[in-house]
Structures are given as structure tokens and as C-alpha cells.
Design a binder for this molecule. Structure first.
Ligand SMILES: [Fe+2]
Ligand SMILES: [Fe+2]
Length: 147
């Protein structure tokens, strides 16, 4: 178990990816008011996570993984934001909600896998442990502001 001060940015983001995956499953399994609350929590978590990656992680990944990789991730995040916003407008009680939630989940999980394989690995290989820990602090600060 690592404490918040020791945790580096990759550990922090991997934990958030796992949390996002768990929350998709929880929203899919829930019904009624509980589903609405959980979906709102998922919307918030995705918004703060992606905003922090855009501020802290993708800029640092440009020099390690290349502009093309980062642009592809930004494009996926943009598409997910639109899909999430459409789903929010649709509402949890809509008959199409489940199908569209499942499609969004697949897109978000694929996006997270691309980040882990194409950005996080390179960042960890080519960035000092101290800098990776400082970046975790920057992600936490960005997320506190976005909340
Ligand atoms: Fe992302
Ligand atoms: Fe991510």
C-alpha cells in the first residue's frame, strides 16, 4: 500500500482507470434513483480524470510518445465527452440508455488501454521517479480545481 505522497502519477491514473471500470459496472447494475446517483458520480469522475490528463499527462507524453499518439488520445477523449454529454441528456430511464452506456464503456476502456500501453509505459521508462511523484501532485491539484 503506497501513501498519497509516495504514489506516482502512473499509479494514481491506473487506480482511477480501475475505479472508472468499476463504476461503469455499478451504473449498469443499478436501477432507479441509485442508478441516477451513480451515473452522476461517473460523469464527475470521468470529467476530472480526463481534464487532469489533458493538463498534466498528455503534454508530458508529447516528447516521450510523440504528437501523433497524444493527438489520438485527445481525439478519443473528445468523442467520449460528446457521448457522455448525449447520454446525460438522454437520462438513465431512457430505453436506449443501457445500450449506449455499454458502447461508451467500451470506448472509454479502449481509450484507457491505449493510454496505458502507449503513454504511461513510455512516461515511466523516460521520466525520473521524483518527477512522476510531482506529476501525481499536479493531477490531484487539477482534479481538486475541476471538482
Ligand atoms: Fe484519458
Ligand atoms: Fe485515463
Amino acid at each position: 500500500m503506497t501513501t498519497a505522497t509516495e504514489q506516482d502519477v502512473i499509479d494514481l491514473l491506473l487506480a482511477q482507470h480501475n475505479q472508472i471500470k468499476t463504476m461503469f459496472a455499478e451504473v449498469a447494475a443499478a436501477r432507479g434513483e441509485r442508478r441516477r446517483e451513480l451515473f452522476n458520480d461517473l460523469v464527475r469522475l470521468l470529467a476530472v480524470h480526463e481534464a487532469a490528463e489533458e493538463q498534466v499527462v498528455h503534454p508530458a507524453a508529447r516528447s516521450k510518445a510523440g504528437d501523433e499518439v497524444v493527438e489520438a488520445r485527445l481525439h478519443e477523449e473528445d468523442e467520449a465527452k460528446h457521448a457522455l454529454s448525449d447520454l446525460y441528456d438522454l437520462g438513465v430511464d431512457h430505453p436506449e440508455f443501457d445500450t449506449r452506456l455499454a458502447a461508451l464503456e467500451k470506448a472509454v476502456v479502449d481509450h484507457a488501454t491505449h493510454e496505458e500501453q502507449e503513454e504511461f509505459l513510455r512516461l515511466r521508462q523516460e521520466t525520473s521517479p521524483e518527477r512522476l511523484r510531482r506529476m501525481a501532485g499536479a493531477v490531484r491539484a487539477a482534479e481538486a480545481i475541476t471538482c
